[in-house]
Design a protein around this ligand. Sequence first.
Ligand SMILES: [Zn+2]
Length: 237
Amino acid sequence: MSYWLLIFSFCFQQTTAYDSNYLMGKFLPEKDPRFVSIDRKYRVNRTMYLRKEAYEAFEKMWVAAKKDDVTIVISSATRNFEYQKKIWEEKWNGKRRLEDGTLATEISDPSERAKKILQYSAMPGSSRHHWGTDFDINALNNAYFSKGKGKKLYDWLQKNAEKFGFRQPYSAFETGRATGYNEEKWHWSYFPIANELTNLSANLLQDYKFQGFDGAATATQIGIVKNYILGVDASCK
Ligand SMILES: [Zn+2]
């Protein structure tokens, strides 16, 4: 490769590394060289991917936690647009129950229905799981983290996760977060990359870009970018 071609391809990579397609999960992580498959010992029994940098930091954190008799298990990592669309539409169309056992189809007003789903599930294109920096661990309910093993794990993360580059974006509303999903003690984010992507989302994504799934018209009414993508803990942007 010639010198100038090398320079050109480097610049090209830099400018295309994070475009709106990346932010909205419109790619295949298994085909993207920036992503790696998560080893079986760190996850539940399903193939999953993370960004290489996030994965290497996670491995270090996992080992440190293990030394303190704490086991971190990834239950969900990168989910692309198509994956999130499936979850969203199953909820939107009443094929999958919401976390409180109700069906979204019981709510006829589209915006109210979307907001109800958004208590815990992201609209396709707006999930931090698209980025390969974020993952869920151990149990998808806050109660698990308030006693026994779950509490030990959460206390450990609160004390140590920061050192490895991880923070909890969906913190309790009482801590000052004004909008967005409910608190998620199970969702952790690799902030050295994710914070940049959060801020980039504010520049590159607009509500009208959320299209191609049932209920997409609500994105603008709800203000999906401002109220949800940017509705994270102050330390995560
Ligand atoms: Zn999550």
